[in-house]
Design a protein around this ligand. Structure first.
Ligand SMILES: Cc1cc2nc3c(=O)[nH]c(=O)nc-3n(C[C@H](O)[C@H](O)[C@H](O)COP(=O)(O)O)c2cc1C
Length: 374
């Protein structure tokens, strides 16, 4: 249904307008009594085999919506009802920021990819608190935090700390975004010295709190293997809880879209299938170097059930998607959930009896569902 009817409709609109439409539809559904329940019945797959315990939090399933889709958590409860086990809100910055001039997000349908230089457009800390104050029981909500574009690098720790302190009671975990869409030296923002200057004030603040909030680092896929090792060593040496790998890439290799079109689009982070292999490599590297004992959230190029299996096999505890959701809709989340259930319950051949499917509490494709995709 998504691919045949909803995607063509959404793809007829500029991507940001399509996003806004989806958010409005979800908001509308959330406001109707029983709307979220209906969404849940249509899309969510609930099964004990999907549940995960990661960094002390219980996830209904290990598939999350990646940062950027709902920058301020406007409809996070609805995303949960649409089948996600968790959502990463953000990137939130202390002050609202408009981001880069439009157009700044581009679909590459031939590659099932997206190029984005949105520039962390978001409505700021206060608005996010307003949204996250609403109860979201049963859904894990992470908060991806970053510095304002106007904040110089030397003042960045203050921005991160302000966000961490103020959002501490509203988020289940934090993801410290070290990447930037605009001109910024990522080798510098991923250096040990810079990362520690950002993280240490957060650890100090956390030490004084009654409740523990895990802190993850979200990294770029354009790091060299040595830089990935440096980040992994920070994970081992400090109270950092885990790594979110990865954001979009600035590279442009392996695309089918014409070179002219790519050049016309210009700068930005490329997401989608061309990222898959590097994401798997990075996850495997972190997992191996850290002895497989630290949580890893894999994101980048998750476009199919097989990609999800490969990411879990490489060492991911949880996965997230963005571009896969734009191209495949909620069916992708559902298919991954079903595959995980099947993988957890290998068929036990019983003589003279056909194998039964595990009982899933969800409706089939033909059910009448609200149109709430992308
Ligand atoms: C339009 C767009 C906006 C994004 N905004 C953010 C953001 O604000 N913060 C962030 O950490 N990642 C952001 N991302 C990156 C995604 O969270 C994710 O890491 C990336 O898209 C790779 O996953 P994918 O291949 O499944 O899309 C954005 C991605 C896109 C396409």
């Amino acid at each position: 249904m998504y691919r045949r009817f909803i995607r063509p409709l959404l793809f007829a609109l500029p991507i940001e307008r399509a996003h806004r439409l989806v958010a409005l539809v979800l908001r509308g559904i959330g406001m109707i009594p029983g709307g979220r329940w209906c969404l849940d019945k249509c899309f969510a797959v609930r099964h004990p085999a999907l549940e995960r315990e990661v960094f002390g939090r219980r996830f209904a399933n290990p598939i999350g919506l990646a940062a950027g889709f709902d920058p301020n958590g406007e409809v996070c409860r609805e995303w949960g009802a649409a089948g996600f086990g968790f959502i990463e809100v953000g990137t939130v910055t202390p002050r609202p920021q408009p981001g880069n001039p439009r157009p700044r997000i581009f679909r590459l349908p031939k590659d099932r990819a997206i190029i984005s230089r949105i520039g962390m457009a978001n409505r700021g800390l206060e608005k996010t608190i307003q949204y996250l104050r609403r109860p979201h029981e049963g859904l894990i909500v992470g908060c991806n935090i970053g510095r304002n574009a106007a904040t110089p690098a030397e003042e960045a720790p203050a921005d991160y700390l302000k966000l961490f302190r103020n959002l501490y009671q509203y988020a289940d975990y934090f993801s410290v975004n070290l990447c930037c869409d605009n001109a910024c030296d990522e080798n510098f923002t991923h250096s040990r010295e810079y990362v520690l200057r950002i993280l240490e004030p957060l650890f100090d603040f956390r030490r004084g709190q009654n409740q523990y909030r895990p802190v993850m680092l979200k990294i770029s896929p354009d790091l060299t293997d040595e830089e990935v090792d440096t980040i992994t060593d920070i994970l081992i040496d400090t109270p950092l809880d885990g790594i979110v790998a990865t954001n979009g890439t600035h590279r442009r290799e392996g695309l089918h879209t014409s070179r002219t079109s790519i050049e016309k689009i210009g700068s930005g982070r490329l997401t989608g299938p061309t990222l898959t292999a590097r994401t798997i490599e990075i996850v495997r590297r972190i997992h191996a170097r850290s002895g497989g004992t630290y949580p890893i959230i894999a994101v980048g190029g998750l476009m199919s059930v097989d990609d999800a299996r490969a990411l879990f096999a490489a060492g991911a505890d949880l996965v997230q998607l963005y571009t896969g959701f734009v191209y495949e809709g909620p069916r992708l989340v559902r298919d991954i959930c079903r595959a995980l259930i099947a993988d957890a319950q290998p068929p036990q051949p019983v003589e003279g009896k056909e194998q039964e499917e595990p009982a899933l509490q969800e409706t089939d494709d033909s059910a009448e569902c609200p149109k709430v995709d992308e």
